[in-house]
Design a protein around this ligand. Sequence first.
Ligand code: AMP
Ligand code: ZN
Length: 665
Amino acid sequence: MDDKEQIFKLRDELRQHNYMYYVMDEPSISDFEFDSKLKQLQDLEAQYPQYYDASSPTLRVGGAVTKNFETIVHAQRMYSLDNSYSKEDLMEWETRLRKMVDGPIKYTCELKYDGASISLTYEKGVLVQALTRGDGTQGDNVTANIKTIKSVPLKLQGDYPKKFEIRGEIVLPFEGFKALNSDRLAAGEELYKNPRNTASGSLKLQDSAEVAKRPLDCLLYSIVGENTGIQTQFENLEKARLWGFKVPTIAKLTDSIEGVLEFINYWDTHRHELPYETDGVVVKVNSLFQQAELGYTAKAPRWAMAYKFKAEQVSTRLEHISYQVGRTGAITPVANLEPVELAGTIVKRASLHNADQIEKLDVRIGDTVYVEKGGEIIPKIVEVDFSSRDSDSTKTNYISACPECDTLLVRNEGEAQHYCPNDMGCSPQIIGRIQHYISRKALDIEGLGGETVALLVNAGLIRDYADLYDLTSNQIIHLDRMAEKSADNLVNGVQASKDVPFERVLFGLGIRYVGETVAKKLAKHYKSIQALSEATTEDLESVDEIGIRIAESVVAFFKNEANIRMVSRLILYGLQLQLSEEALSNQTTQLQGLRFVVSGVFETVSRDELKALIDSNGGKVVSSISAKTSYVVAGANMGPSKRTKAETLKVPIISEQEFLELLNE
Ligand code: AMP
Ligand code: ZN
């Protein structure tokens, strides 16, 4: 055998041993033998650089250094999951599903691995890219670091699709976590708090050789992409396993919600036996066709539901209750606790949500309370230990006036939260709105941080975000801790924000319930602030995914004189309050006035592309068929109940091809 053949043979062998060891957990040779083969390969590769292979097992040791992780847009958005905390929530979900899809529904139950999500792209069986979830729309390119994780196959086996994406979770198993911490203890370094944060922190290390030293693992759970030839989620898992991925075999296919509950009950008690952390169960509608029928909300798939295991609890003493005022004026009561350790962190504060919650718990100062950490960052009080209550304790009276500005609080019919109505004069609201405006996903103003905003407001230099554009560096320089350079940076940062696209400015305005995704939708639909400000609630509600709550909030915002003045000033200063020429040029009015329902699976375009086409050509996508629907665009396997409904209401059903013709007429 010549050296070239030897290189290829060693690579294949090592790959196979790696797979047996890290994926199958059944070592096929000793560590010593493995290391000496690896060493042999390293030497040969050094001698023959012409046989370089980006997926060679020698690259597992890392070495590539990434200074700045490149941000890349996900080919398919990485959604989050809806959560449920009770069996009743799950049953309600099932009831909703039954109304939306035809026929029997099967479910795949999987564990919810607690780590950092990752999306891997394979082309011709080779790992070409690994992206973090980021904000779901775009993530960081961490390919070099991911390649060092031994259970991530660099090369696949079997009958895999030419190109596909696979998603999963990077986790740090307990044992590895403990080992890392005992090393740190020995080195006198601060200990890591929990496996999840350590896993996600590891992905962003600059030196991949450091990542290689961390015993990370990669558990996969979904294949993304149309035309993979796969029909169900369960099959997804089986296929991925065959191609060499580590897919936990703890997954169950069931045809009833009772089967789902059994799985949950079993794992709620047995999960502590697993080598890695899990925080729940993910239930997915098994049929990919039904999944496509169900689609997504702005945040999560309708076809999946996470069931969160009950979190760990501790008891401690409630010292006092303080009240925070948010940027929208909402009051949040906060419990200040005697510090106590919970799930690896020290807890000093817990959320009490609102007046009803305090009333319901009947929680009083001095009480011993049970604190629980769910998915939220801030823990919550779940129960009071009445048996240890002082006999002279007094009932908690909710505040009636704002702790910041003394204005009488209001509470709207049907809402749980109290509000301070003094939006123009209450300082945390004034500061909070401006802080939101400058935040990263909004105007992202460089050189200006949250604390400086507070300084500027307190010094009387600004009262709203429009005032930012009148600031001069002479005014700012007199503030505490403000050097000439940073004053200039601030002013330049503010000026630069005039190029930020419309959708982000719209998000920055801080209209209640208008989050990032909704802002994008509205910007795209209305194209300018002018058009949006003139929209009625009915008009707004007809936009896909916009509900009554958002519609009313938008209308209320533009009814307010002060807001109108502020927006007019922003226009005057030259902010982007309409879509750019470029964004507009991809748009036509070809489908103006038409309302479409999209159903089934398509050949030349994906469902999302089809919806985007309708949207950008002036049409409206609506979710259910009514007499007002102009067309139903039907792909393969359109649901029978939708078909009947369309036929009864005499709504024309057109094919993908006919739709494209309509577009090009
Ligand atoms: P959350 O971050 O709470 O919205 O939960 C969504 C995240 O759960 C996803 O982004 C995944 O990273 C993670 N996850 C863990 N296990 C699974 C699983 N089996 N299926 C889908 N998502 C999972
Ligand atoms: Zn106030």
